[in-house]
Design a binder for this molecule. Structure first.
Ligand SMILES: Cc1ncc(C[n+]2csc(CCOP(=O)(O)OP(=O)(O)O)c2C)c(N)n1
Length: 1038
């Protein structure tokens, strides 16, 4: 109370009406002023209700009273007048005495006081109760919103009504209300009573239900809260920890009458529903037994997406990249992206021959790219739907990566021009971990796409599984809460409600540039696909579904009853679209050939010839002029900005680098620097992403320098190389292999003129991204005719570090190569090596020298086409004194060496050589050390296979022919059932027409990639080295 008195005293020179002016001009300023004054006022709360949260409330009352004395209850008016008139603390009102205590006289006295003065305690409590009630609706109203079109399920899997909100299906039916009220009052929740219903309560600033009014009777407050939060839209947002964002959402849903549509908008909505519905019906009529994963039960998805796109286009977006699963995909292609209908119908013709190489894919996995005019906004819009595998949600990070790249290349740093929309099924959204991993990229500086609109087709079933068996969270969308994304649940049978939330979602994204979720609570009219019988497993649900009137019919009836359209107009709309489908169907019969390339999601204009061929079938030298090497080396060993203090240890590293440059040599880190730096000079964007890549897991890279004296001040010397260089992005990623590799794959999709690399912390962690590797990288071109030049750097090597951290699982990558182990290709073909690369699904290398690593990275861009590149990278070789390359091997005219032949004494007298050992990668250094120790340089030749796939048949044939008297052996440090042996052996045998055996020197087969015991590791190493150099070792087998 003392606060108020002090405050009142301060304000006394103003009359109430004078104050009104000032305060109504800026109410929040008023609140601020009031709070400031409170800061230095005495803390005594002489009035019992002026404590804790109630004092906030009293402040609000006070501000409102200052603004307009009539806007508050009469009791408050008297109270503030008394206070303002200087009533001493505690006398501005009298607390009523307890009726249970005291004499009759006291009771009579108390009664007279109550009559004379309002019961302020009760009043404050009631106001607080109302405030809490409003808040309860805001927090929990969605739990009782009518979201299920079938009316049988609870979208939040919970049929109970939260005890702190008053809701009923029969809105504010007095009897129901009384019952709820009784529960609440008996339960003592708010202490509100039926008699309070007509009392007027002042509304807090955290609600917009008042519209122009600042106070409303309780009955009206509840009615408006019910209208805002408990109808067909359930707004979940109160977990967002940003007041402005919460207020924004409240305003969008609470403001009375805010959900208005013009007749024109209603007609557009109806027309869109007609297309969506009739498209599925058309497919069903023509191909009743074909799987199409129809949209029936969620036809509203089409107008929903179109609304999001219209609104976003209105706000400046001109490129939308989408990802979606099977459900309704054909419909989205036809009616949102506007793929020609005949192209879609062709896909149902099983007799059409494919024009493109590769496997192709099912029609509901293919992608699409289309540029057109948005009819609503009359602006250009490009729409791209990313091709995806059956693996649900796997495309999410890919879409994000592609979006990021498109934003990056058009300088859209805030996501104002390019955005992504991701669609999800309810079971997949809740169940797949990649959803969470992708959400966690959404706000990271090098990964953010500045907000994605997520749309969930929540048909309340996953194949045959009930949601109660499929998730533990109330909603399938709860995962979005971790990034503070608002979630708008909406009954999909109320098309206008759906359009409204879609508009708000698009506005949210363009206002805050953060993710948002639209949860379309719907049903699935048929089985999982059109062949499935849903009554086996969901009999009751499907009995209800059979009774359900289609949403188009319901909405058409509504609009006819409102006079917005008449029946003939509606029927004409239907026959118009049916005719479009029929005509397209007729045209589709003229198609003789299926072109998968018409389904390309990311065209690369100008990169190929017009008919999609590479511009040449050769690769220039990947070497560089010496001055370029020296310049990059110098920058790599310096700090190119002023007054920047680096760590002492790093100074030593840079000094060593400098010495290498002076000596015209490179180690691994410098080789990488030179490859990246030179590509940047040539205008190629380079992006390296992965866990701790900036420094490098093995502390060898140091691409980002940190000032030791200024927090967060960093320097990336690679960006200081040339005046007009392309930008270099190096970014430590979140700890998600699946998400980040998918993201980088998507980034690499956008342009062929970028070197995009993902590095695993240790190679074996690639298995956490197995789906991206198996479903996208390995077969991507075959399925979707889209090439991709992503590079995977996978640290690999048996170094006694245990079963983990040792193997990048080369056997898996090699097993998935598409070259034939039993067929020797035509080695005389011109450009054999390039043709081989062109035909392969990916390139797998294990470089033994930094120079070769440098060349293979540069070749990746200088090739006239793009293939994924898998590089097994070293760990100990990063610092191995022999793992160095002289500048001479990197100068113009030099190339990547697919095979590094023996060049020692053995090569001088090849006839004398007894054994030709083939190997790859780091084991080469173990072998040469052992050969030297045994003095066998003339007897044993060692040839390194640097490019494992495509297999260098031509070069290896030459090697074998060079050593006619040598027996052949493959040596690897990996276990026999792992590594390269199973891949290399049959190909080597094919190379020599199976004329000789190919022996094995390496570790025995094992379940784990490596031993956990250092001693065993060394014993195993010595054992296979013994075998490799024991010239009698294989005698017993021959
Ligand atoms: C990762 C993955 N696991 C399993 C499947 C097999 N599958 C295909 S659809 C489906 C149910 C998906 O349910 P939901 O996400 O709710 O989408 P809906 O089909 O109901 O639209 C399942 C389990 C799959 N495609 N992907």
């Amino acid at each position: 109370m003392f606060h108020l008195r002090t405050c009142a005293a301060k304000l006394r020179p103003l009359t109430a009406s004078q104050t009104v002016k000032t305060f109504s001009q800026n109410k929040s300023a008023a609140i601020r002023t009031f709070q400031q004054i409170r800061c230095y006022s005495a803390p005594v709360a002489a009035e019992p209700f002026l404590s804790g949260t109630s004092s906030n409330y009293v402040e609000e009352m006070y501000c409102a009273w200052l603004e307009n004395p009539k806007s508050v209850h009469k009791s408050w008016d008297i109270f503030f007048r008394n206070t303002n008139a200087g009533a001493p603390p505690g006398t501005a009102y009298q607390s009523p005495l307890s009726l249970s205590r005291g004499s009759l006289a006291t009771v009579a006295h108390a009664q007279s006081l109550v009559d004379a003065q309002p019961n302020v305690d009760k009043l404050v409590e009631d106001h607080l109760a109302v405030q809490s009630l409003i808040r309860a609706y805001q927090i929990r109203g969605h739990h009782v919103a009518q979201l299920d079109p079938l009316g049988i399920l609870d979208a939040d899997l919970d049929s109970s009504v939260p005890a702190d909100i008053i809701s009923s299906t029969d809105k504010l039916d007095l009897a129901v209300f009384k019952e709820r009220l009784r529960m609440l009052t008996v339960g003592g929740f708010y202490g509100l009573d039926e008699s309070d219903l007509d009392k007027v309560f002042h509304l807090p600033t955290t609600t917009f239900i008042g519209g122009q009014e600042s106070a409303l009777p309780l009955r009206e407050i509840i009615r408006r809260l019910e209208m805002a939060y408990c109808q067909h839209i359930g707004v979940e947002f109160m977990f967002i920890n940003d007041l402005e964002q919460c207020q924004w959402i409240r305003q969008k849903f609470e403001t009375p009458g805010i959900m208005q549509f013009t007749n024109e908008e209603k007609r557009t909505l109806l027309a869109r529903l007609v297309r969506s519905t009739r498209f599925e019906e058309f497919l069903h009529r023509k191909w009743s037994s074909e799987k199409r994963f129809g949209l029936e039960g969620c036809e509203v998805l089409i107008p929903a997406l179109k609304t999001i796109i219209d609104k976003s286009s209105e706000n400046g977006v001109d490129y939308v990249i989408m990802g979606m699963p099977h459900r309704g995909r054909l419909n989205v292609l036809a009616n949102v992206i506007r793929k020609e209908l005949e192209q879609i119908f062709c896909q149902f013709d099983s007799k059409l021959e494919a024009a493109d190489e590769g496997s192709g894919d099912m029609k509901y996995h293919l992608g699409m790219y289309h540029r057109r005019i948005n009819r609503v906004t009359d602006r250009n819009i490009t729409l791209s739907l990313v091709a995806n595998p059956s693996h649900l949600e796997a495309a999410d990070p890919v879409v994000m990566g592609k979006t990021k790249a498109e934003q990056f290349y058009c300088g859209d740093t805030e996501g104002k021009k390019v955005m992504s929309i991701l669609l999800h099924g309810d079971a997949a959204f809740a169940g797949q971990g990649i959803v969470y991993e992708t959400f966690h990229l959404s706000d990271l500086p090098s990964y953010t796409t500045h907000g994605t609109v997520h749309v969930v087709v929540n048909n309340q079933i996953g194949f045959t599984t009930d949601p109660r068996m499929a998730r533990s969270s109330p909603y399938p969308t709860d995962v979005a809460r971790v990034v503070n994304a608002p979630i708008f649940h909406v009954n999909a049978d109320d098309p206008e409600a759906v359009m409204y939330v879609c508009k708000v979602a698009a506005e949210w994204r363009s206002t805050f540039h953060k993710d948002v979720v639209v949860d379309l609570v719907c049903y699935r009219r048929n089985g999982h696909n059109e062949m499935d019988e849903p009554m086996f497993t969901q009999p009751l649900m499907y009995k209800q579904i059979r009774k359900q009137k289609p949403v188009l019919q319901k909405y058409a009836e509504l609009l006819v009853s409102q006079g917005v359209v008449n029946q003939p107009e509606y029927e004409e709309e239907i026959s118009k679209y049916d005719k479009i489908c029929e005509e397209a169907f007729t045209r589709s019969k003229d198609e003789k050939i299926l072109h998968i390339k018409h389904w390309l999601d990311s065209p690369w204009p100008g990169f190929f010839t017009l008919d999609g061929q590479p511009r040449s079938m050769s690769c220039p030298s990947t070497g560089l002029e010496e001055d370029v090497l020296t310049h990059i080396g110098n920058v790599a060993s310096s700090v190119p900005v002023e007054n920047f203090t680096i760590h002492g240890g790093l100074s030593r590293i840079l000094k060593t680098r400098k010495e290498l440059v002076t000596n015209r040599t490179v180690d691994w880190a410098l080789a990488e620097y030179m490859a990246f730096g030179s590509l940047l000079k040539e205008g190629i964007h380079v992006r390296l992403s992965g866990q701790d890549v900036e420094r490098g897991t093995f502390s060898h890279r140091h691409h980002v320098l940190h000032d030791q004296n200024v927090d967060k001040r960093t320097c990336i010397p690679m960006n200081h190389l040339w005046p007009n260089q392309a930008p270099y992005t190096v970014c430590n990623s979140s700890l998600s292999e699946y998400g980040v590799l998918g993201f980088e794959l998507g980034f690499a999709m956008a342009s062929p003129n970028a070197l995009v690399l993902w590095e695993a912390q240790f190679g074996d962690f690639n298995n956490m991204a197995q789906c991206i590797i198996d479903q996208f990288i390995c077969p991507g071109q075959a399925k979707w005719v889209r090439q991709n030049g992503i590079v995977l750097l996978l640290p690999h090597g048996m170094e006694g570090m245990g079963p983990e951290h040792s193997s990048a699982r080369p056997e898996r990558f090699l097993q998935m190569c598409n070259d034939d182990s039993d067929v020797l290709p035509d080695l005389m073909e011109s450009n054999f090596d390039i043709n081989q690369l062109y035909d392969c699904n990916w390139v797998v290398v294990n470089c033994s020298t930094p120079g070769n690593f440098f060349h293979v990275l540069r070749r990746q861009i200088l090739l006239p086409f793009r293939k994924p590149l898998i590089v097994f990278t070293p760990k100990s070789l990063l610092r191995h004194p022999e793992a160095r390359t002289n500048f001479d091997e990197m100068l113009p005219g030099t190339h990547f060496q697919r095979v590094i032949p023996e060049d020692g004494p053995a090569a001088q007298a090849p006839d004398k050589v007894k054994r030709l050992l083939f190997c790859t990668g780091k084991v080469y250094y173990d072998l040469t050390r052992e050969r030297k120790a045994r003095d066998m340089a003339e007897q044993v030749a060692i040839t390194r296979i640097e490019q494992l796939s495509p297999f260098p048949f031509d070069l290896l044939l030459k090697e074998v022919q060079k050593y006619p008297n040598a027996e052949l052996a493959w040596c690897q440090e990996e276990h026999k059932n792992q590594g390269y042996y199973d891949y290399v052996k049959p190909r080597l045998r094919t190379t020599i027409d199976r004329a000789k055996p190919v022996w094995y020197a390496g570790r025995d087969p094992a379940a784990a990639p490596a031993t956990g015991n250092k001693k065993t590791h060394l014993t195993e190493l010595q054992r296979f080295l013994d075998t490799a150099f024991d010239l009698d070792a294989f005698k017993k087998f021959s």
